[in-house]
Design a protein. Sequence first.
Length: 363
Amino acid sequence: MSYRIELRAGKLHIETRREDLPLEALLDFASRQNPRRGFLFVSRVLGKHIPVEPARMREVHRRLAEQLVDLPGPVVVVGMAETATGLGGGVADSLASLRGGDDVLFMHTTRHPLPGKSLLCFDENHSHAPDHLLYLPEGDDLALFRGARSLVLVDDEISTGRTLRRLAHELMGHLPALRLCRAASIVNWLAPDARRSWGEGLAAQVGFASLLEGQFSFQPDAAFQPALPPTVLASRVGLQARADTGRRGLRMVGEVGIPTGPVPPGPLLVVGTGEFSFQPFLAAERLAAKGRDVLFQSTTRSPILAGEAIQRRLVFDDEHDEGVCNYLYNLPRERALVLAYEQAATAHAHRFPVPVAARWWLD
């Protein structure tokens, strides 16, 4: 299928080879406030920039997990911050459910420093906030990590594949039992030749899982010259982030802790904050299973211009008090807003630009 999309930033031309779900069901498009990459694929199913029904998100998690279910265990699933922390957790959760075992460990990269030395640190070239830190799991989860035979790297999209390939290469030296590596994404834009060469030099058999495959080209508009917001990088002196939400590993077995608090009446929008997305999604999913009218999304550091897929844009300080601009896009006006935080101190201290019906946090 062939698609042409006109944006303020320029023109996108898309050719798809495979669509497990239609492109228009998976993606919308917008212009980024970023001179390094002027366009953005806005996911309709990720629960980031567009509010999504939890059941629709779970369908995506399950479809990707079904392509990974035969991997030999233990399996380590790593989601990329911040966009794919929720997606990575959802894929790992669905994978553990399909496998019926306790050998799936979810981790995610983070932009928040934790006590102790990080395992890995690297940048993502086109990202607005480029730092990626990865920390070792602790206790029994460390033994499972070291013994992993399969590695799944999760991002919402794969365009060049360089970031995930670098992460795979860095992790290989820490996973002596590793045999298979899979790059999982909602959409995969790698050309066939790039897919074949992606695993060169990696000491594992590689492959991909996705719901759409294709290629794109972008013709920038020379008149489009956006400037980044003045504050890009964190001051690193804000409120301490939690380690137990996936930053040091989260075993997908039994009940995963979810944020709790008062539940307002009527239609709800549950919003995760920053990297804290997977557990708030689970909370929204449980409410939906009880018959509540619930949508889910999360805040982001990514600056996107209003217009096109972005119909409403809120700008505010980050919840960790690090001096970073955060954004919430396409906030529906007719729903009670529930903000979900990692901890009570963050919830109490965070200022938000519109009325909040309830604030939830992990115990």
